[in-house]
Design a protein around this ligand. Sequence first.
Ligand code: ADP
Ligand code: MG
Length: 400
Amino acid sequence: MRTLNDLPDLRGKRVILRCDLNVPIEDGEISDDGRIRASLPTINYLTERGAKVIIISHLGRPDGKPEAKYSLEPVARRLSQLLGNSVEFVPETVGDKANKSVSMLDEGNILVLENLRFNPGETAKDSEARELFAGKLAELGDYFVSDGFGVVHRKQASVYELAKKLPAAAGLLIEAELKVLRRLVNDPERPYVVVLGGSKVSDKLGVIEHLLPKVDSILIGGGMLFTFLAALGHKVGASLLEQDQIETVTGYLAKAKELGVEIVLPVDIVMAAKFDAASEIAIAKANALEETEFGSTGLGLDIGPESAALFASIIEKARTVFWNGPMGVFEMAKFAEGTRVVANALTKVSGLSVVGGGDSAAAVRQLDFKDDQFGHISTGGGASLEYLEGKEMPGLEVLQ
Ligand code: ADP
Ligand code: MG
């Protein structure tokens, strides 16, 4: 893979830097700036060598058009604070304003362009539309540096097509992420435990199949656990459920048995009357979720205390742990306990512990854990999972 060493003579060069600055923002406030901080080493590397740095990123999932709540302006402001340096924000991605601002840059200056996904070409299915948008972006720079690890598994204009249009290299964050993930793939110390949760159920169910032959245990929490309970014939009330995945999940359970790998499901669940921070709650046995006072309208929003203790005991004995996806709706204190107990268990692992995913990283910080209590906090959830699966990653392939 080409790295920063492969870009000769950065002084005075316009370098387009793709970061993943997709941070959680609540009521206009950045609640976890981990991804911004993770981007600093490459930014500093470039400015110290006299490059003109043009930062591009996405934020959230706007629908190919501008939407104020997804503006990168607050991110540019935070970046400026963290760098102790002025950072210009340009309220468009490509066009006259962007051209003009770029042309005014001096050596060592930094600007942030508006959210890439305000442009339909960024995530277009049609490769010509992506090519077209990438072509416009390429006009702004002399070099391209790819450092948005969280998006390297996506074939998107600023990740893939753009890298083909300019001399391109991976940044320091991507290098650092890969160094850790390689240790998880190449002969990991055993027991090797993977913990999965979160809400992107169908995205994450698929990885189980790939991980089964490689790991000793998979612990299932978060939204996907209900599809497993349903596969075992249990009712799940109004909890998150992917009906059309039940058969697939049944297959995973059978395959796990065959391989001698344990898939560990929660034994109890925190049920809520409604999706609300102030909701009434009840602890239910995992095989009797509808037997609370909420009946079939109750929804499971966290793993229960017995399950959390069970998961912790398995994690603490492991020598390698990878965790992606909060165990429950940690944004509400009532449903954060499972995630807290699992996070705490990871801090006690004597081998390598890795936390991956934007929300998972935000969760451990919100729960007051420190980054250095873990072996590594990855900025990418989907990307790190796909790496572990051994899938081709367009954003990395293109840098070979
Ligand atoms: P990551 O960003 O770490 O990859 P995801 O984006 O997949 O994680 O999922 C994070 C989200 O999952 C959180 O916002 C959390 O509220 C949600 N979540 C966790 N458990 C549940 C559940 N039981 N029901 C609904 N949402 C859940
Ligand atoms: Mg997420």
